[in-house]
Design a protein around this ligand. Structure first.
Ligand code: HEM
Length: 230
């Protein structure tokens, strides 16, 4: 058995892969948020369109982007497999009542939160990414500094003028915030990084990170819906 199949068939191996893919996606979200905040610049979308164009034409970002999709899929598939296995094990084994003060609402609902995020990602990619990358749906062009590029800003702005779409984004970001609030510290635990001194630090950083990411992503559709830019 190769080490890949060995890793994938053991529960610990799956957990480690969940943690590693999760940590990669945690990093991706920081970069994605920083780029998206340019949607709020009061320049008719110039900064954001120029940024999206640069990212789309950077060979390194292209490779990271393939990794991104692969890790999202892997994270979701392993998450589903682990959830099904845990449920089956609970049915066969005896039930232990856990009045664990450490178990939060988020920790108990990670699979549900994960499914909400997966649905969000599919809707999100169909709405924005598929237009820019696959030419599915309408997208215009703008010329910035003599270079013709996609007007992705108008695609996002038009979407967020619809309260149902911006509302869907805000609700999904709350689910994402809960998922991250448990996922961040849980990843370090799955990697065996349990320490009296550092575990509380991971928890605090994880909580702060999830608040910032949830708030940062949610404020974009809210402000764009209200027509506020800076
Ligand atoms: C206000 C919130 C968000 C906005 C405005 C936004 C906007 C966008 C846009 C415009 C693109 C297409 C970029 C391009 O093709 O050049 C994109 C791609 C993407 N977004 Fe978002 N996004 C948001 C939140 C999120 C969140 C929370 C996630 C994940 C949970 C996410 C995951 C992705 C992924 C995986 C891609 C494809 C990136 C790639 O090509 O590697 N986005 N987003």
């Amino acid at each position: 058995m190769s080490w890949i199949t060995q890793t994938l068939s053991s529960s610990i191996g799956k957990k480690v892969l969940m943690a590693l893919t999760g940590l990669f996606l945690i990093l991706f979200l920081v970069v994605h948020l920083a780029g998206n905040l340019q949607l709020l610049v009061d320049d008719g979308g110039q900064s954001f369109n120029a940024y999206a164009y640069k990212m789309a034409h950077n060979p390194f970002i292209k490779v990271v982007s393939y990794g991104n999709f692969f890790f999202i899929l892997l994270h979701a598939v392993i998450g589903i497999v682990l959830t099904i296995k845990n449920k089956a094990a609970r049915k066969v084994g005896y039930h232990v009542s856990t009045k664990d003060s450490e178990s939060t609402w988020a920790s108990k609902n990670m699979p549900l939160l994960g499914v909400i995020i997966l649905v969000f990602i599919v809707v999100h990619l169909m709405g924005f990414w598929a237009k820019a990358k696959l030419g599915i749906g309408e997208i215009g062009f703008v010329i910035i500094d003599g270079v013709e590029m996609h007007d992705l800003y108008t695609v996002v702005k038009t979407a967020y003028e619809n309260i149902l779409i911006s509302g869907f984004y805000v609700i999904s970001m709350i689910a994402l915030g809960f998922h991250l609030s448990h996922g961040f510290q849980s990843a370090f635990q799955s990697l065996g990084l349990n320490h009296k001194k550092y575990t509380p630090l991971f928890k605090t950083v994880g909580t702060l990170y999830s608040y910032i990411v949830c708030f940062g992503f949610a404020i974009i559709p809210i402000l764009m819906y209200l027509g506020i830019s800076f």
